[in-house]
Design a protein around this ligand. Structure first.
Ligand SMILES: Cc1cc2nc3c(=O)[nH]c(=O)nc-3n(C[C@H](O)[C@H](O)[C@H](O)COP(=O)(O)O)c2cc1C
Length: 302
């Protein structure tokens, strides 16, 4: 009997649906004991976000933790696997997810544990993955697998629809496709569950990531990855600039947050299509070094 902790944070329920689908792929439920727990900020983040959407940017980018409610799972239980369901906020683990990963009690809990992260995101998750890897490494956990479920719509369209979904609570905007991970992809996540289950039962978790990647669990879009690496550096500087005017609750930083909002919209909707084309060309010019980088983000040896 293998003991599994499924822990997640979610606002719309998307990541919980993905986790349920993954678990539905476990071949024999009598072989596993599963505990579920939710990461709950003491002061919940709003959904729909309205203007607060942009205000969460500095804390997300800088990994500044929020206060979390106490855990409803046993910190002393010897779990064989921890499945962490999370999402990305501003190219970083969402504030609740990063608060969880950095919490002193959780760092002790995670020491020596096998961890698989499951991300439900728009499509920019690359630097968040590196941060997760760092948090888990600091805690002494064994990062055995990463799954990325994303919105397959074109980057530009998904940028419009995610704002409608997150800021205004409209998952389906007029003639645009529905925002978020598609129902079909969520259903197919069952396959990842089968892979996790067999590697867990056969004690071959060290081979898990390779099998997950082979099954399509981590698709790397080179141009988005390259854009993100540069964008993150700018985001860090912008976050410091906003934080000089105070923390999350401070009304003094309103103007700087608004500046960030217009900067983001300009860069995303005006600049990014050109940079994307440039990076798409680079992918083929620097083919073998690009492949190495892709493998790193897939969690494989370069
Ligand atoms: C404040 C905020 C920032 C976000 N930033 C990103 C991002 O940088 N990259 C990305 O792929 N998705 C981003 N998203 C989308 C989320 O990763 C996620 O798909 C969405 O919040 C739904 O997750 P949930 O309902 O499970 O919480 C963002 C969402 C929010 C609320």
């Amino acid at each position: 009997m293998k003991k599994i902790l499924v822990i997640y944070y979610t606002q719309t329920g998307q990541i919980r649906t993905i986790l349920d689908s993954i678990i539905s792929g476990f071949t024999d439920m009598s072989m596993v004991e599963i505990d579920y727990a939710e990461i709950k900020p003491s002061k919940p983040y709003p959904y729909p976000w309205k203007e607060a959407f942009y205000n969460s940017f500095p804390e997300s980018v800088k990994g500044i933790p929020c206060q979390l409610e106490s855990w409803d799972f046993d910190l002393n239980k010897e779990y064989d696997l921890v499945l962490l369901g999370m999402q990305v906020w501003y190219l970083s683990p969402s504030i609740p997810a990063s608060s969880f990963l950095q919490h002193p009690e959780i760092k002790i809990f995670l020491r020596g544990k096998n961890v698989v992260t499951v991300n439900g995101v728009r499509n920019m998750w690359y630097t968040s993955y590196l941060l997760c890897k760092k948090y888990l490494g600091d805690a002494g956990a064994h990062y055995q697998g990463n799954i990325v479920m994303y919105d397959r719509t074109d980057n530009y369209i998904a940028g419009i629809t995610v704002i409608a979904w997150m800021v205004h609570g409209k998952k389906k905007l007029a003639l645009f496709p529905q925002s978020g991970v598609s129902d079909e992809d969520i259903l197919n996540a069952k396959t990842y569950g089968q892979i996790i289950y067999s590697n867990l039962i056969e004690n071959t978790l060290s081979k898990l990531q390779e099998a997950l990647v082979f099954a399509g669990a981590v698709k790397v879009k080179f141009h988005l990855m390259k854009i993100e690496i540069v964008a993150r550096k700018i985001f860090v500087k912008f976050a410091d600039f906003v934080l000089k005017k105070g923390s999350y609750e401070s009304p003094l930083r309103k103007t700087r947050v608004a500046l960030f909002k217009y900067y983001l919209l300009f860069v995303f909707f005006i600049l990014s299509p050109f940079v994307s084309i440039f990076q798409m060309l680079r992918r083929w010019v620097f083919y073998s070094s690009a492949n190495k980088q892709i493998r790193i983000f897939q969690g494989l040896k370069p």
